[in-house]
Unconditional design. Structure first.
Length: 132
């Protein structure tokens, strides 16, 4: 079966420039606290972090490396990242990819993204450090 999330990423890449800046713009609109937290991060590091996010979304949730999300969520929590910020980030990625794909986006793409992001968010929540 075709991976529609991956296909939409490929279509977005074929049709446009680097989507990183658009993703961050949308993310900061949805989550202004994230922009404050990222204020000290240079563009190169932002690009590297977005590469990791995109790789996570392109990976079937069952194929994620053991311990990776636990390490990342603990590291991010130490910088003040809240669990509630992750859905906003994934939604910003989806909105940006959808805009780049344009008319080729359809209901099947919506369902594939719904499933992928829900599964990834469940893995993130399970891996995140407990909040006292």
């Amino acid at each position: 079966m075709e991976d529609l999330v991956l296909k939409t990423f490929e279509q977005a890449a074929e049709r446009g420039d680097d989507i990183t800046a658009d993703i961050y713009r949308r993310y900061y609109q949805r989550c202004p606290k994230a922009e404050v937290l990222m204020g000290h991060v240079d563009p190169h590091m932002q690009g590297r972090m977005m590469e990791e996010v995109l790789n996570l979304l392109m990976t079937e949730p069952g194929e994620l490396p053991d311990g990776y999300l636990a390490f990342e969520t603990a590291t991010h929590a130490s910088y003040g990242v809240l669990l509630a910020m992750y859905p906003d980030l994934l939604h910003a990625v989806r909105e940006t990819v959808r805009a780049a794909v344009g008319d080729d986006w359809n209901d099947a793409c919506d369902r594939a993204w719904d499933q992928r992001t829900a599964a990834l968010l469940a893995h993130i929540a399970a891996a995140a450090p407990s909040v006292p």
